[in-house]
Design a protein around this ligand. Structure first.
Ligand code: GDP
Length: 365
């Protein structure tokens, strides 16, 4: 027997074992395809501008990736895409689970694509990293819109912080617009801070509601009413139609108690049935009226600029905070000091001062 070489490798032929004549070509091709060189930044931009969905999706995957190399590439693509952003309208949709958000987006989305619009549906759901995508993750949602060539649906990116998820969605909006989508929906669940995040990246904010048992304003957060440009009472069909109309009157009355919005727009209340495709036209008319007003009075532009600076500060704040809390010394000290605070040995203010001073000292060097 031949002496075995020291450097054994899985690719070495072993004596006595029959070797296959040929390597399976199909598998090799599949592997090659998989490993195919990623498109260059220029290729991405050209293809996204051509409306190529495959490239668009791939670029969004780069945005969502945690790999720093992917993020760098994504940044280059976004920056180069900025000059080509189209005249889109960004619409935020919120409402509690079960109110009919996905049914509504499907119905309203189909209504718009039938009018020749190209729509993109994105979402912000910071909880999606925990439960693997509660919003839009479910394939059964928006079944017919998924098949519509003029619609692009992307589930919420996952991320550990709302800030991270929001940044990814904002960047995705830009790419979708460059790919030719002129109406962008951003859906969010009616819980927590995600509504504020969505509100600060859209032109029009739509709140979906259900008719309740008369006391319409109970359980509705004041902040949301103030953000809404339209309140749409969904499921206004069958036995529920009457209650929906009563709710409409109540909301209308309540909205008039609020001061006029900065945009000079008086928020509207209407009813619809997303399930039976009723009321889509009047909602579209409300949005058109709004756009006419804010484009004429300059609020549209002004608001987008304000949103840009909001996100600039937001990103800086987030990065600074992360940097501070991820510092190993701070992490350790925080735990110790929290115990000291609970034992009444020190105060939160003293500890904050102490930790910040030592943190700043470290970076002065
Ligand atoms: P989401 O959780 O807010 O996205 O709500 P869904 O769109 O999943 O809708 C929740 C349930 O309400 C589903 O069973 C829908 O079929 C139903 N639904 C949605 N819109 C309407 C509507 O306009 N009328 C009626 N009767 N049911 C609706």
């Amino acid at each position: 027997m031949k002496k075995q070489k020291k450097n054994k490798s899985a690719l070495q032929e072993i004596e006595g074992v029959k070797q296959p004549k040929k390597v399976n070509k199909t598998s090799v091709n599949k592997i090659k395809l998989h490993r195919k060189k990623q498109p260059s930044v220029t290729e991405f931009i050209t293809q996204i501008r051509n409306g190529n969905i495959r490239y668009l999706s791939q670029a969004i995957t780069l945005i969502e990736s945690t790999n720093p190399k992917h993020q760098q590439k994504a940044s280059k693509i976004i920056k180069a895409c900025l000059p080509y952003v189209n005249n889109s309208i960004r619409i935020g949709i919120t409402g509690v689970p079960g109110v009919g958000k996905s049914t509504f987006i499907e119905s309203f989305g189909k209504f718009l694509t039938s009018k020749g619009k190209k729509i993109a549906v994105l979402a912000i759901d910071p909880s999606s990293s925990v439960n693997k995508g509660s919003i839009l993750g479910d394939k059964t949602r928006m079944e017919s819109l998924v098949k519509d060539v003029n619609a692009f649906i992307r589930p919420s990116p996952s991320g550990d912080s709302l800030g991270g998820v929001a940044r990814k969605t904002r960047e995705t909006i830009i790419l979708c617009e460059v790919a030719g989508f002129d109406t962008i929906f951003i859906e969010t669940v009616g819980v927590g801070q995600s509504e504020t995040a969505v509100h600060s990246m859209v032109d029009f904010f739509l709140l979906l509601k259900l008719a309740g048992a008369g006391d319409e304003l109970q359980g509705i957060k004041r902040g949301i009413i103030e953000m809404a440009d339209a309140i749409v009472i969904n499921k206004a069909d069958g036995d529920n139609e009457k209650a929906a109309n009563i709710a409409k009157v109540a909301f209308n009355r309540a909205l008039h108690l609020y001061p006029l919005k900065e945009s000079n727009w008086q928020p509207k209340v209407t009813t619809c049935s997303a399930f039976y495709n009723i009321g889509m036209n009047s909602i579209w008319n409300i949005i058109q009226d709004y756009l006419k007003l804010v484009k004429e009075n300059g609020f549209f532009e002004q608001n987008r600029k304000k949103q840009n600076s909001f996100w600039l500060y937001e990103t800086i704040n987030q990065r600074l905070k992360d940097h501070f809390y991820q510092n190993p010394f701070i992490k350790k000290q925080l735990q110790l000091e929290i115990n000291r605070i609970s034992e009444n040995k020190t105060t939160p203010f003293e500890v904050a001062e102490k930790l910040l001073t030592s943190y700043f000292k470290e970076y002065k060097k």
